[in-house]
Design a protein around this ligand. Structure first.
Ligand code: IMP
Ligand code: MG
Length: 175
């Protein structure tokens, strides 16, 4: 296996700034921003996004972590389990922070889960979008880059828990 660089560090940084600016603009009237961060893949994007938001506006940012399981190896298995749930979010406007939307199963499940827990509104920020694989429609309010139907790694995304630390987004290629 080798990795082709697909999106470089500089482009990643400017996209995160752009998404942060849009989120700030849409929420400027709020005191607190509630980010629901989908572990583990979204950790890198979420950390950068929260810091870029904070540079632009002094919101108090609350991070909530949720861990779901749906994915092993290269294929979505089709059912979702909540492995680590978040606390009380009743009445909150929340923004889900995700690394990539593939079939859409994870986020359509999570969106409903958060509404069932009493969230007032749920928006979605996903760094990557792989629309060619969508089976469950998801409205992504803040989307970074569209990627083709290839296996993507880096910037938090893994292949069997490897490559999350890469500063770029890469495509896994068989040698
Ligand atoms: P979905 O439920 O099919 O939309 O899958 C979403 C989850 O699958 C994401 O949160 C990722 O963790 C994982 N995933 C989907 N595509 C990729 C990929 O190309 N590389 C790494 N992880 C992926
Ligand atoms: Mg994920």
């Amino acid at each position: 296996m080798s990795i082709d660089i697909f999106i470089r560090k500089e482009k990643i940084i400017s996209k995160v700034k752009e998404l942060a600016a849009r989120i700030v603009k849409d929420n400027i009237d709020k005191d607190i921003l509630h980010l629901v961060i989908v572990l583990t893949g979204a950790k890198t994007f979420a950390a950068d996004l929260a810091r870029e938001i904070r540079k632009l506006h002094p919101f108090s940012i609350k991070e909530h972590y949720v861990k779901l399981s749906s994915y092993s190896g290269e294929r979505s298995t089709g059912s979702i389990k909540v492995k680590k749930d978040i606390g009380n979010i009743r009445g909150y406007d929340v923004i889900i922070v995700e690394d990539i939307v593939d079939t859409g199963l994870t986020l359509s499940f999570l969106r409903k889960h958060l509404l069932d827990k009493g969230a007032r509104s749920v928006k979605i920020a996903s760094f990557l979008d792989k629309p060619s694989r969508r089976r469950f429609p998801v409205k992504i309010d803040y989307a970074g880059f569209t990627v083709p139907d290839k296996f993507i790694v880096g910037y938090g995304l893994d292949y069997n828990e490897k490559y999350r630390e890469l500063r770029y987004i890469g495509v896994l290629v068989e040698d």
